[in-house]
Design a protein around this ligand. Sequence first.
Ligand code: GRF
Length: 186
Amino acid sequence: MKKLAVFASGTGTNFEAIDDACKSGRLQAEVAIMICDKPRAAVVQKALERGIPSFVFSAKDYACKSEYESVIVQKLDDLGIDLVCLAGYMRIVGETLLGVYEGRIINIHPSLLPSFRGVGAVEQAVAFGVKVYGITIHYVSEELDGGKIIAQRAFEYDGNDPAEVHRLGQVIEHQLYVETIDKLIR
Ligand code: GRF
C-alpha cells in the first residue's frame, strides 16, 4: 500500500477523485495527508469529512518558503510518503521540498504543455482560439510547469467559453490523474 500526499489550494475535486480511487481499491494507495495553504479553501472541509489528516498553513505565518517547506518535508518523511500529487496547489515548489522529493512530486495542469504554462492556462488558450485542448501531468521541477511530461490527454472544443473548457477538462483530469498515479506506484 503506497502512501500519497495531495497538495491543494482550492475546491479539491482532484483530491476527491484520488481519495475515492484509494477507498474503492482502484488505487493500491492511501491519501495519508492533504496539505493546503488556504485555510478557507473548500478542500480543507472535504479532507475533514473524509477523515484524511491535513496540514493547513498560511505562508504569511512563516519567514520564508524554506521555513514552511521544512515543516512539510518533516511531515512527509514521518509518514513515509511515496508520491506527492499537486492538485491545484497554487504555490511554486521551492528547493527545500524539491531537494528531498524531486522525482516523486507530480502536478496536473489544464493545458497541453509546453503551451500555456502558469495561471489562467485555459483562459489563455481560449483567447488564442485553440481548437484542441488538453490536460498534462508532469514531474515538478524548479521551472514552473516545466518538468518532464508523464501523461497527456487531448479533447476538441470549438467555442469560446472558458467555463465549458474547465468542465470538460476536469472530467478528464479526474480519470487521468488516477490512471497516472496507478502506473507510477506499480
Ligand atoms: C485543476 O484544474 C488543475 O488542472 C489545476 O488546478 C485545478 C484544481 O482543481 N492545477 P480542483 O481543486 O482539483 O477541483
